[in-house]
Design a protein around this ligand. Sequence first.
Ligand SMILES: *Cc1c(COP(=O)(O)O)cnc(C)c1O
Length: 386
Amino acid sequence: MKKKIDRKIERNRKIEKFLAEKQPETPCLVVDLEVVAEAYQLLRTYMPIAKVFYAVKANPAGEIVELLRGLGSAFDVASRGEIDLCLGCGVTADRISFGNTIKKERDIVYAHEKGVRLFAFDSEAELEKLARSAPGARVFCRILVDGEGAEWPLSRKFGCAPEMAVELLRRAKAAGLDPYGVSFHVGSQQTNLDQWDSAVGRAAAMFSLLAETDINLRMVNIGGGFPAHYRGDVLGVERYAQAVMAAITRHFGNDLPEIIVEPGRSVVGDAGVIQSEVVLISQKAFGEEKRWVYLDVGKFNGLAETMDESIKYRIRTPVDGGPSGTVVLAGPTCDSADILYEKTAYRLPMALKVGDKVQILSTGAYTSSYASVGFNGFSPIKTYCI
Ligand SMILES: *Cc1c(COP(=O)(O)O)cnc(C)c1O
């Protein structure tokens, strides 16, 4: 059963009021912090035994980090910059996990100096760096999963075969590190709940294997992958949480490990709305039906996840409801890669005109943090947290 979209996600009056009253320069992203808090609490409610590490890369706005810190969240970071961001927002180092498997050794040194004691790795060379520069730290090994069913897959680049992970965790112990657990990421906006079951199964098998040689792993990090509401139905986060908890119980029985979850998209995605202006509407030949609609936001200033038309945002216009026609949607830059949707059937109202403001919904995740520094003179998108 698909869950009906929450009313506040379908239509966020607080954001609409802000946009109407403040008339901010477009494009801009407005994030409703109440929706962020609710998404965090929802996860806590349905996964009470899990410790939440918010994946900072999804949206690194200081207001969001501070809000989540206040609610008790921990943080998954990928770089020195994200460590500084968290520390600057008052997050203590014991609530930071350095989850990137690709780190410069001097950044490991930096993190360790700042008190970070939890690190990811997925290779022998990274393990050697950690043994040298973060002695005694808790480390977890990321395993490969296929990522099938994810709208934004993360497979291949991260993780190693479970057999290799077992051996590396043994070496971690021999090298003076604390072999703490196993992590995986089934891919972002994952639509297939079974993915967690097979990944948790692999993790459980590793626990058993390592226990034979007196290495007792304690933690499973189930990564992210929970959804936001784009076009098309998705199950509610509660259904995801239930499926994951069922998988953990099935594979670990009564001897439950510590669970870490690293949500990004599901915490901030639905909380954000991008307001954009229609810059141009055109046809490529007289009499052609298909319109090209150019917005002031595109791939380089906020909508990078439209790459390969992967993430399909819901769009609202001020003239919704009347007759509509097929469109190609594109951004404003002089790069032909800056087409948002061409293959995906998007229709917009015939009454839409140049200068109209359109709203791109559920854009709180991977938008502001994915914008270029100013390609073609178009500034990165500005964020307002309200
Ligand atoms: C990006 C990332 C996440 C967040 O994933 P979502 O699908 O946005 O929830 C979690 N963990 C790691 C290691 C990541 O790189």
